[in-house]
Design a protein around this ligand. Structure first.
Ligand SMILES: *[C@@H]1O[C@H](CO)[C@@H](O)[C@H](O)[C@H]1NC(C)=O
Ligand SMILES: *[C@@H]1O[C@H](CO)[C@@H](O)[C@H](O)[C@H]1NC(C)=O
Ligand SMILES: *[C@@H]1O[C@H](CO)[C@@H](O)[C@H](O)[C@H]1NC(C)=O
Length: 465
């Protein structure tokens, strides 16, 4: 039949339709997701034959500032020669002052002399014109392909679970996820994982912590990541030939300290929160880590599931412990809640659990309690919900932002305690480490704690109705 045979004209119409559909869809692609730079398509040009960025007698390809806050800077095509980083640009005003990008990478001590000694010099970072670059670099540079997370910090704050996971890694993840501000609640993102983590001032023997959590976090989040250390950085420096990092996210603690958010929170990871980002940004990284521990990351605490209360005890640790009778009373009060309301109550010493057990337990926790200390780093693995709460016990008069900031940054509520007294945002005291802060006579009133636990769980149930 004639009607079932498409004519040439119909073919032509169909073609026009398909082409226009294609155009509509391709123009709707969210640009932040793609990994294209101006001159190189990294995903396509990722073969051995593209190991060099050559410009011959042409212009040296310029560096591009992708995103920046003090201490966290993402640049496409950062050149490195003789251990110095070079930004190549005809518009130096588009780049932040180098002191907000990099430091000399020495230990962070107090006092104006220490601050001055951290300011970067021409040996650390320089902003140069393409003409200057041409005379310094010659006709090309060796590509360090893919995404590099570069750490310019000294060893000082690295070998510690909290500083590693809740500051360095946390800040990296937040800054990097600015490229994908539409991460859905499932945490799925098309962002490529960083190919390598590169330390300019740290040797391979000094990034792990005593509990071996640092390597667990990194290698579960990014199973194929490669580590490079100061020796590798020096290898390239001593070759005296230029390299170019395709895309680098550069972290520098001393540079972050120059930012305004740091002034308020003392947390370097607070700076990237000024960047665009999805409310679900952390789930992208948390899910990988949690799933390695055997938990289903999409499940977990909803406002209607059975609450899990986890008290991380430091009794027996020898430092920063509760008065023993107060600890006993607190446990008694929590067990009363368990018996009255059928809550799950766990009283645990993190050092007695395996890493998998720690992650599983915190991944299921609704309310986490404990004395100020590294054990509370586990709050990172909680699944934030309206009733998720962190309760931190301080010696009266003492306060630090570490866990308070991190809990809030994840959208959870934080309560601090001084014996009988509880406080929460905005009524938090100033940072203080009074005598007794590190001691083993920290008071807590178990019935005050239990009352607030119960309020938090009841309140969110009502809010959910
Ligand atoms: C290489 O760096 C070292 C140390 O910063 C410096 O002394 C030397 O002059 C540099 N050489 C060149 C060619 O830039
Ligand atoms: C996780 O739980 C969800 C919801 O119960 C389920 O659909 C999904 O298949 C589970 N994933 C895995 C890996 O078990
Ligand atoms: C603990 O708090 C409760 C309720 O506020 C109070 O009645 C009790 O006296 C307090 N206990 C101590 C030892 O201060």
């Amino acid at each position: 039949m004639a009607s079932s045979n498409p004519t040439q004209r119909e073919y032509a119409l169909l073609t026009v339709l398909l082409v226009s559909l294609l155009l509509v869809f391709s123009s709707n692609k969210p640009t932040p997701l793609s990994f294209h730079t101006d001159d190189i398509d990294v995903s396509a040009a990722d073969s051995i034959s593209f190991s060099r960025l050559s410009w011959g007698s042409g212009r040296v390809p310029h560096s591009k500032l992708v995103t920046h806050v003090p201490g966290w800077t993402m640049i496409d095509r950062l050149y490195v020669l003789n251990g110095t980083a070079y930004i190549v640009t005809t518009q130096p005003k588009l780049f932040p002052h180098p002191k907000f990008i990099m430091s000399t990478g020495i230990n962070i001590d107090n006092g104006p002399e220490a601050v001055a000694a951290r300011l970067p010099t021409d040996s650390e970072i320089r902003i140069i014109s393409p003409i200057e670059a041409r005379s310094l670099f010659g006709t090309g540079a060796g590509r360090v392909q893919g995404v590099t997370w570069l750490v310019n910090d000294p060893r000082q704050f690295i070998t510690h679970y909290y500083h590693w996971s809740a500051e360095l890694f946390f800040g990296f993840c937040r800054a990097y996820s600015a490229l994908d501000p539409f991460i859905p609640p499932t945490g799925k993102s098309a962002l490529p994982p960083p190919r390598r983590m590169l330390f300019t001032h740290l040797d391979a023997a000094h990034w792990r912590d005593y509990a071996s959590m640092n390597q667990w976090v990194l290698r579960t989040a990014f199973p194929s990541i490669v580590m490079e250390f100061s020796g590798d950085w020096e290898d390239r420096a001593q070759m005296g030939v230029p390299f170019v990092l395709d895309r680098v996210l550069l972290a520098d603690r001393a540079a972050a300290i120059n930012g305004e958010n740091f002034g308020r929170t003392q947390r370097t990871a607070s700076e990237p929160f000024a960047l665009p980002g999805s409310p679900n940004w952390w789930s992208t990284f948390r899910n990988n880590i949690i799933e390695f521990a055997g938990l289903n990351a999409t499940e977990g605490q909803s406002t209607r599931s059975r609450p899990v209360i986890t008290y991380i005890s430091r009794q027996g640790w020898g430092r920063r412990m509760l008065i023993q009778a107060d600890h006993d009373r607190l446990v008694e009060e929590l067990y009363k809640l368990r018996d009255a309301y059928d809550y799950e109550v766990n009283v645990v010493s993190m050092d007695k659990l395996s890493r998998v057990e720690q992650l599983r337990m915190s991944g299921r926790t609704t309310i986490m309690l404990g004395v100020h200390g590294n054990g509370l780093t586990s709050l990172l693995w909680m699944k934030p919900s309206p009733r998720s709460t962190v309760m931190e016990f301080f010696f009266p008069g003492g306060f630090a932002h570490d866990y308070e900031y991190t809990a809030r940054a994840l959208g959870m509520v934080h309560f601090g305690y001084w014996g009988n007294k509880a406080f929460t945002r905005p009524d938090v005291p100033p940072v203080a480490y009074p005598e007794g802060f590190q001691g083993n006579e920290i008071p807590i009133n178990g019935s005050v704690v239990a009352k607030i636990v119960q309020e938090r769980l009841a309140l969110s149930d009502e809010a959910d109705d």
